[in-house]
Ligand binder design. Sequence first.
Ligand code: HEM
Ligand code: HEM
Length: 176
Amino acid sequence: MIKNTKERYGSAAKFFHWAAGFIILAMIVMGTVMVSSSGELRPTLIVYHRALGLVLLLLVIFRLIWALRGPRPELPLSVPALQRGGANVAHISMYVIMMAMPIVGWIMVSASGLPIDLPGGGLLPALIKPDPNLYILAKWTHRGLAAVLAAFIMIHIAGALYHLFVAKDGVFEKMG
Ligand code: HEM
Ligand code: HEM
């Protein structure tokens, strides 16, 4: 089934969840390795980091539209109110940060004033004029948001594993 039902996520939501999830984890690892590496590796990783980030932006926009249109699978009644609230806060925050990261990244590289080259020799248009102060601000925002996102993902994965191994209430299987 492509669409969600009240009971479980459909194949489209599953595809979006796992594809975007995998890319995000790759982007966090790539970004961290990239800023701590020097020499040949750094410019190559930066070019792929940009391109993959833009793919992710498109994927998350489609994902959000899809999530807002369809029914949302409900959590079992056994899940306490505090956990429901926590899951909602985490899901909404992850959506917001997933969209903000590529946009802030694009603003950062635009503000640097350098050409924004992509893999294969393409160029990404700058969103704004060069601005050293904004570059610094965007760089710290990009870094800070990545850390917050990584924290939410860890809590999210811990929650998913709790449902799979401890609560055994079928919540994990809805997305599996
Ligand atoms: C969800 C998407 C993205 C994630 C999760 C992500 C994550 C990261 C992380 C973890 C770092 C290392 C930060 C640090 O420790 O300083 C980083 C650096 C960087 N990112 Fe991203 N990024 C994303 C999208 C983008 C996009 C779309 C662009 C450009 C168009 C971009 C450009 C950069 C650049 C240039 C750096 C190096 C910054 C520096 O010199 O400190 N990022 N990113
Ligand atoms: C091992 C990794 C992961 C596992 C086991 C996992 C598991 C799950 C499960 C079981 C749900 C359904 C929860 C419910 O119905 O309330 C879910 C939903 C969700 N997950 Fe994950 N997840 C993982 C990684 C990620 C990553 C990396 C992200 C991205 C930042 C992410 C973002 C979301 C979001 C936003 C939802 C809400 C449903 C939606 O609209 O897509 N997940 N996840």
